[in-house]
Write a protein that binds this ligand. Sequence first.
Ligand SMILES: N[C@@H](CCC(=O)N[C@@H](CS)C(=O)NCC(=O)O)C(=O)O
Length: 266
Amino acid sequence: MTFELYHTAHSTCSQKVRLTLAEKGYAERGKDWVDHEVDLGKFEQLKPEYLALNPNGVVPTFLHDGEVILESSAIVEYLDDIIPEPALSPPDALGKARMRAWLRYLEEVPTVAVRVPSFANLFAPMRFAKLQDEQFSTHADRLPLRKEFYQRMTKDGFGEKDVGNALEQIRQTCERMQQAIEETGGPWLLGEQFTLVDILVTPAIDRMDDLGYADLWADLPRVVEWFERLRARPSYKSAFYPTARVSERYPDHFRTAADLKAERGY
Ligand SMILES: N[C@@H](CCC(=O)N[C@@H](CS)C(=O)NCC(=O)O)C(=O)O
């Protein structure tokens, strides 16, 4: 069985797959799976040879014995299907339905929201500040999936309204996590079993923590404890290897929530 992963160290969607691989016992990149690092800063995700694998021009892309599988949520469910132990989904239909409802929510809300502060605080000023307006809009036009996202943004990132909406959505996610742990009795989001729900929400919470937005859940003790437990798992260490957090990867360009607030007032 050969696994290959086209991914990026700091990409939240790549982290979802690396966490799942590690939970399934495939912890070591380069040894347990073939490691293809894609440099998003050099726009390698838009090269024709990569687009031939993944026409969406995004990471991750997963290959199992040469079969290409796209979309991080589909990849992690696939891994859970083909490697039964340890199971990362509830065994019963009702549990599975509840898990999938969470997965749709995570894709629609926090996964999308987290891109806004990520681009506002870091990626936009780092990658695009030096481009002419025309070059920036030409770049946006090349993107198979994200034209509209880039069109909403300036070369400096996002404005107050977009950042405010994104923070509200992350706060909503955290409130739902707190409520879920209280209702199920924890310690994980669906109760006693550690599942794909815990895995798929982790990169968004971790990115917000890294960007300095942990105040968003500081008054939600179940979420604070959940995040501590999560970070103590061996899979976290293996998926979030050095440089997987943007503060480590881009220390010279990195701006925290406090920096952004001081600079722009939001
Ligand atoms: N729905 C896709 C989204 C993948 C995605 O957006 N990946 C980001 C990194 S987390 C990316 O490749 N961005 C490329 C870009 O910003 O141009 C998935 O879950 O696999």
